[in-house]
Design a protein around this ligand. Structure first.
Ligand code: GUN
Length: 283
């Protein structure tokens, strides 16, 4: 079974849009998401465009602020502080990666925790690992929703996560653990990776290497979630970290790229923005 993140996201966005109509009437204004993009990286431009499109679809006010690559770190900090102080802004997201002369750590920490719709702020990350209330990071949250939607039981299962990034690998592992899976955290240099991956009931891959996961790494009947977004070096087309055609024969459920985790990430961003908006409105 191929799990369509696109279809699930469309369904969830429709529900959110209906809620947003109610909230807008109740609170006198729609949720407002501000996305900052520095520079012209084509992948980032495309991500930011998708976020704006989804925002409009669910009835948010969306502002995309584009800045030239020459913006200084201090100027970007000042812009974020202005947005932090603006009562009519609910969510602030700075698209990563940033140019080398800007510290991503400083920028992420500047966004107020209450407006951190990405869930990247150190206080949000700490809250997640300490089992406190927090904004859940979008991609990991989307991965769990995809598994649940596909009817995959998480509790008691063996999950193997390949990739240990702050954005995906680490928080996905934590969420799976919170859902009572037994989690093995791996990376590209893990010894006997194929052997370990083959034992997984749930295999999540976020490593950024096209077709890294081959059929011999997938156990019969595994649920395979591919978080990778790459260009196929042969065809130039978008592809994941998993050799989809070969692995779909062994997996019980598998996500495609595109149309799997990507739309769910954006959908969870919309959900997080509503969460921040409601928290602000009910303060
Ligand atoms: N770049 C790649 N993924 C993301 C994301 O989820 N959030 C932000 N801000 N930048 C990204």
């Amino acid at each position: 079974m191929i799990i369509s993140g696109k279809d699930l996201a469309a369904e969830l966005k429709k529900e959110m849009a209906a809620d947003v109509v109610k909230y807008t009437a109740q609170y006198g204004r729609a949720p407002h998401l501000v996305v900052i993009l520095v520079g012209n990286d084509p992948a980032s431009v495309s991500y930011v465009t998708g976020k704006a499109k989804d925002s409009l679809e669910v009835g948010f006010k969306n502002t995309t602020i584009r800045k030239d690559e020459s913006i200084s770190e201090d100027e970007l900090v000042a812009l974020i502080e202005e947005l932090n102080a603006d009562k009519e802004v609910d969510g602030v997201l700075v698209q990563l990666p940033l140019p080398k002369h800007i510290s991503e750590d400083r920028i992420i920490a500047t966004i107020s925790k209450e407006k951190d719709v990405d869930g990247f702020h150190p206080l949000n990350v700490a809250a997640l690992w300490q089992k406190q209330e927090c904004v859940l990071p979008c991609t990991p949250k989307g991965v769990i929703k995809l598994l649940q939607r596909a009817g995959v039981e998480i509790a008691g299962k063996r999950a193997v996560v390949i990739g240990r990034s702050n954005i995906v690998g680490l928080p996905v592992s934590k969420l799976l653990l919170d859902h009572n899976a037994t989690v093995t955290m791996c990376h590209s240099r893990t010894q006997n990776l194929a052997e370990i991956a083959r034992e997984a009931d749930i295999l999540v891959v976020a490593i950024g290497k096209p077709k890294f996961v081959t059929a011999d790494m997938v156990g019969e009947g595994a649920a395979v979630i591919d978080v990778g977004v790459n260009r196929d070096p042969e065809t130039g087309k978008l592809c994941g970290d998993v050799d989809f055609e070969a692995c779909k024969e062994k997996a019980s459920v598998i996500t495609p790229v595109p149309g799997g985790c990507g739309p769910m990430t954006r959908c969870c961003l919309m959900e997080n923005t509503i969460e921040c908006y409601l928290n602000q409105m009910n303060k």
